[in-house]
Ligand binder design. Structure first.
Ligand code: MLT
Ligand code: MN
Length: 310
């Protein structure tokens, strides 16, 4: 058994985003029917119903824990069902929630060495006291068992792999050329398995391009949670909220010949679910043409609190 709980379905900034007055953010603030607020990208997964693993720790983690009973302390005066955290990149929307996880609670944190090294060089993360928080290397292209701080199996295996993407926004270095100093391991995807029955799904919240390797990997799988950031590459400019394209930000668009809807067409994935959706993306509005296209192509749009069982 695998239970997936979507804690946050939006991209960095959430929806509504605090300073955004474009169509979706406005509609969500006005509580327009067919809209809902979305917090920043994160999921929690369990295979035994008891030990939950957090995949990415968003700046909204405090409210995500509050709003989802599964994440509440269950036993003793100090307890959390969250025993382990796995990070897929170093972006603010995926690491800032680590600061919420201080307060002397045992945790294991898995990340690529690239991400660990930036956390290490930022002394604010020292609030994660090493007596309680074990930082572990996320091995690449190898299936392994996640273990809690005490070294106990918690019923989940993962396999991490690099996907096309980019270095975290706050680490970009223009002097390093067009890719701003991006290196292998800056953006990873995950295959997450239940140890008992080998059920699995893919979690890929950021991906700049569908490669033939990635297509082969995910072909025929039951569930893929995939980068849903933007409907089209120039969406920030056409919504007049910025200039950066999706490609510049390391995200492939949903629509178009080079988009994810097209790229998944022959991959026979049973449930295709967009996650990490930017507040400019019209698929967030139920009833929009773009939402209809998404649904006509058998894609789902994730929402906060959504539960998926395999
Ligand atoms: C992204 O996914 O592109 C980043 O999360 C952007 C950000 O840090 O806001
Ligand atoms: Mn992001």
């Amino acid at each position: 058994m695998l239970k997936i709980l979507i804690l946050g379905s939006a991209a960095g900034g959430g929806s509504p985003q605090w300073n955004c007055n474009s169509e979706v953010s406005r509609a969500v603030r006005k509580k327009q029917p067919g809209t809902s607020p979305r917090t920043q990208s994160s999921i929690a997964v369990t295979s035994n119903g008891e030990d939950w693993v957090l995949f990415n720790a968003s700046p909204d983690l405090g409210s995500q824990i509050l709003n989802n009973e599964q994440m509440h302390p269950k036993k003793n005066l100090r307890h959390s069902p969250i025993s382990t955290v796995v990070l897929t990149n170093g972006d603010v929307d995926h690491v800032a929630g680590l600061l919420t996880l201080r307060e002397r609670q045992n945790l294991s944190v898995y990340a690529h060495q690239r991400v660990h090294s930036v956390l290490k060089s930022n002394s604010i993360f020292n609030v994660l006291n090493p007596d309680y928080v074990d930082r572990r290397d996320l091995k690449m292209n190898e299936k392994f068992a996640l273990k809690n701080k005490e070294g106990k199996d918690i019923g989940l295996h993962i396999e991490a792999f690099e996907v096309p993407g980019k270095i975290a926004l706050w680490l970009e270095d223009e002097s390093k050329g067009d890719d701003f100093g991006t290196e292998d391991g800056d953006t990873i995807g995950l295959k997450i398995f239940s140890q008992k029955d080998d059920k699995y799904f893919y979690y890929i919240p950021a991906c700049a391009k569908m490669t033939s390797n990635l297509a082969t990997k995910i072909k025929g799988s039951e569930v893929v949670l995939f980068d849903g950031t933007l409907w089209k590459n120039d969406e920030m400019a056409s919504s007049k909220v910025g200039e950066k394209t999706g490609q510049r930000m390391g995200h492939m668009n949903n629509s178009g010949k080079d988009g994810s809807i097209e790229a998944f067409k022959n991959l026979d994935v049973k449930r295709k679910i967009f996650i990490h959706i930017n507040t400019t993306n019209p698929i967030l509005l139920e009833g929009s043409n773009e939402r209809k296209i998404v649904e006509d192509n058998d894609w789902e749009v994730s929402y906060d609190g959504m539960e998926i069982s395999l």
